[in-house]
Write a protein that binds this ligand. Structure first.
Ligand SMILES: Nc1ncnc2c1ncn2[C@@H]1O[C@H](COP(=O)(O)OP(=O)(O)OP(=O)(O)O)[C@@H](O)[C@H]1O
Ligand SMILES: [Mg+2]
Length: 318
């Protein structure tokens, strides 16, 4: 294979991967790949198998069946550290950051730069602060104080620090498990921007989400999972946002839902018609109660009763 080049060789690829937990089929025959400088979105509803797949990719689980290739070679990771060592960084939802520690301490968590040696070896605060500030600003994030506790950052900023950290430590593939799930519209926008930054710096990004509105603007390819099976992989040019949303909900489920909604509209129509009928009747009745509208015999008898009443004063009081 002398024609292999970086354009045709994916950074990371799985072929017909399955994962069983006892009798539970969490994944069945999944194939997907990600190239350098692209964003691959992994979409699926709750329980679709997204987290299981990324746990395989990040070395937490081993696949029950199928092949896992990194830069064209088969790999057998036994721990997340193995995956990290070849350059596959995963940002999990809970981020593994320490809220009370500053941004730069968190940035270097587990890989602290030190100065001095022997008993004088200590965390090199200046270096850490400098690198953190530099790296964040390369991602377009300006921090006032690198000592600011991470816990005081917004969710979007925390995700951004985690992304910057992965980029700095030489990740080739960045896996993000639902980074925008708990975020508001603006915050999600910030994270999407950093995903785009990571892509433009040549990383292959795997972005897991169940929100097609977050996936569509940023994704180059979309792989859809449904109950552990793949519904296919689509390039952005092959699928519209509406089609993506439709497939996410699952064709059948969506059809069922549309039937339900139609039925609801029908009963609603019925309800509306009944209501109109009642209103009409009520209206007629109300009108009927109006004295001027009463037939003559009633007005006559009313007059008769009125005649038996004591005379009124000028203002109608008796
Ligand atoms: N360790 C496990 N043991 C048994 N079953 C598991 C295990 N992990 C996952 N599963 C099952 O595999 C299926 C897929 O789960 P997974 O967590 O991958 O879904 P998901 O797409 O990430 O969903 P969500 O959007 O809710 O995070 C589920 O039915 C789940 O119950
Ligand atoms: Mg999950």
């Amino acid at each position: 294979m002398s024609t292999i080049n970086t354009q045709t060789l994916p950074l990371l690829e799985v072929q017909d991967v399955s994962k069983y937990f006892g009798s539970v089929i969490a994944l069945k025959d999944i194939s997907m790949k990600v190239y350098a400088g692209e964003v691959m979105c992994l979409l699926g509803d709750n329980g679709a198998g997204k987290s299981t797949l990324i746990k395989i990719l990040s070395g937490v689980h081993r696949p029950s069946e199928g092949q896992y290739l990194f830069e064209g070679k088969e790999v057998h990771f036994t721990s997340p550290r193995d995956a990290l060592n070849v350059g596959i960084a995963t940002v999990f939802q809970d981020l593994a950051m320490i809220p009370l520690m500053g941004i730069s301490r968190n940035f270097f968590l587990g890989s602290e730069p030190t100065k001095g040696w022997g008993p004088f070896r200590r965390f090199d605060v200046q270096h850490a602060n400098h690198v953190t500030r530099e790296e964040l600003s390369r991602m377009g994030i300006q921090v006032r104080d690198t000592g600011q506790p991470v816990g005081t950052l917004s969710g979007g900023e925390r995700q951004s620090v985690a992304i910057a950290r992965a980029v700095y430590f030489g990740a080739k593939v960045l896996i993000l498990d639902e980074p925008t799930a708990a975020l508001g519209v603006k915050e999600a926008g910030i994270v999407l921007r950093y995903i785009a930054q990571a892509r433009s710096r040549g990383l292959g990004v795997i972005f897991i989400t169940h929100n097609p509105h977050h996936a569509y603007p940023i994704g180059d390819h979309f792989t859809l999972l449904n109950r552990g099976r793949s519904l296919g992989t689509f390039a952005k040019s092959e699928i519209s946002r509406e089609e993506l949303t439709g497939m996410m909900a699952g064709g059948e489920a969506l059809e069922e839902l549309s039937h339900e909604l139609a039925e609801f509209a029908r009963t609603d129509e019925k309800a509306a018609a009944t209501l109109a009928e009642v209103a009409r009747e009520f209206g007629a009745e109300a009108e009927g109660l109006h004295v001027e509208q009463l037939p003559a015999k009633f007005t006559g008898s009313e007059q008769q009763y009125a005649d038996q009443l004591p005379p009124t004063d000028g203002e109608g009081k008796r």
